[in-house]
Design a protein around this ligand. Structure first.
Ligand SMILES: [Zn+2]
Length: 300
C-alpha cells in the first residue's frame, strides 16, 4: 500500500482535466488513472479481507445480478456516447458485506460493496438497483478521483507532495479511502458534494432505467432513506447528504429516464409488464401495471 502511494507522488507531476458524462462538466484530475485504479483495487481487497462477506446466497446473487445488469447498461450508455474509454480499466466486482450498517459504495474501477444493513431500506430488487445505479454513477463520473485531487490540494496544499506523502503515508492512504467511499470523518474530507450527488442521481436514474428497472423506484427509495434520518442518521445519509431537492430533481428527470425504461422494456424478453397497445380501450384508463419484483428475504 505504501509503495503505491510513493509511486503516486512521482507520477503526480501533471494536472489533467476530464469531462463528466451527461453533465459534460470539466473536472480536476490530479491522480493518473493507472495509479487511481491500482490504489482503489488494493483498498477494495483490503476492505474485503477485513470484512465478513455474506453467505446468504440468495441476497448475494441478487446484488450480483443487479450489478451485472447495471454494468451492461453503463457499457451501452458510454458506447452510445463515444465514451467507452472511461471504463476500459474497470474490473467490476459486486460484494455483499455482512454488517448491520446502512451503507453501500463503489470505488474507482467498478468495485462495489453493499452492506446487509441497507437491504431493508432497499426492500426489493428495484431498490437495490437505485443504490447500485447511484453508486456506480459516482465511479463512472470519476468523483473519487476528483475528490482525491481536491483533498490533496486542500490537505497538502502548501507542502511539497513528495514530502507530505513520505511523512504522512497513513493519512494519505486514509484520505484515498475516504475519497473513494465518501467517508466523511477522515481528515475532514467532505461528504459527496451536492453537485456530485446530483450528477450521480441523474446518471444512476439513466443506468437503472436502461437496465430495465422502473426509475420511479428512485424517489421512493430516497423518501424511505430520509425517513431514517431522525435520531442518528445512517452512514449512507452522512456521506450522501440528501434533501427535498433530491426528490424534486429526480422527478424532474423522470421523463428522460422513462424513455430509457420504455425502450429497455420493449427490447427485453423478461416479464416486465407493459401497457398493452393491442387492447385499445383499456390501456388509457387502467393504471399501469407494476413490474413484479423479487422481494428480499431479510433475516439477520
Ligand atoms: Zn452519492
Amino acid at each position: 500500500m505504501k509503495k503505491i502511494f510513493y509511486t503516486l507522488v512521482f507520477t503526480m507531476m501533471f494536472v489533467a482535466c476530464n469531462k463528466v458524462p451527461l453533465s459534460n462538466r470539466s473536472q480536476l484530475s490530479l491522480v493518473p488513472k493507472s495509479q487511481l485504479m491500482a490504489s482503489s483495487f488494493s483498498s477494495y481487497d483490503q476492505v474485503l479481507s477485513e470484512s465478513k462477506l455474506s453467505n446468504n446466497t440468495q441476497q448475494v446473487q441478487m446484488i450480483r445480478n443487479v450489478g451485472n445488469k447495471i454494468k451492461v447498461a453503463v457499457e451501452k450508455y458510454l458506447a452510445d456516447n463515444n465514451k467507452s474509454d472511461i471504463i476500459e480499466d474497470f474490473e467490476w466486482e459486486f460484494n455483499l458485506i455482512q454488517e448491520d450498517v446502512v451503507n453501500a459504495w463503489c470505488m474507482p474501477g467498478g468495485k462495489v460493496a453493499f452492506y446487509t444493513g441497507i437491504l431493508p431500506v432497499c426492500q426489493d430488487e428495484e431498490g437495490i438497483a437505485v443504490v447500485m445505479g447511484h453508486e456506480v454513477a459516482h465511479a463512472v463520473a470519476r468523483h473519487g478521483g476528483e475528490r482525491m485531487s481536491q483533498a490533496l490540494i486542500q490537505q497538502l496544499g502548501g507542502v511539497a507532495l513528495s514530502v507530505a506523502l513520505r511523512e504522512q503515508p497513513e493519512q494519505t492512504q486514509a484520505l484515498a479511502m475516504a475519497a473513494y467511499t465518501g467517508g466523511s470523518t477522515v481528515l475532514g474530507v467532505l461528504p459527496f458534494s451536492r453537485l456530485h450527488e446530483s450528477e450521480a442521481d441523474r446518471l444512476g436514474l439513466t443506468f437503472m432505467a436502461m437496465a430495465g428497472y422502473n426509475p420511479e423506484a428512485a424517489p421512493e427509495f430516497w423518501k424511505r432513506m430520509q425517513a431514517k434520518s431522525a435520531g442518528s442518521p445512517p452512514e449512507f445519509l452522512s456521506t450522501h447528504p440528501s434533501g427535498d431537492t433530491r426528490i424534486k430533481d429526480l422527478n424532474k428527470w423522470m421523463p428522460e429516464a422513462n424513455k430509457y425504461y420504455q425502450k429497455a422494456s420493449k427490447e427485453s424478453n423478461s416479464p416486465i409488464p407493459q401497457v398493452d397497445s393491442q387492447s385499445d380501450n383499456s390501456s388509457q384508463t387502467e393504471p399501469k401495471k407494476k413490474k413484479k419484483v423479487i422481494q428480499l428475504k431479510i433475516d439477520n
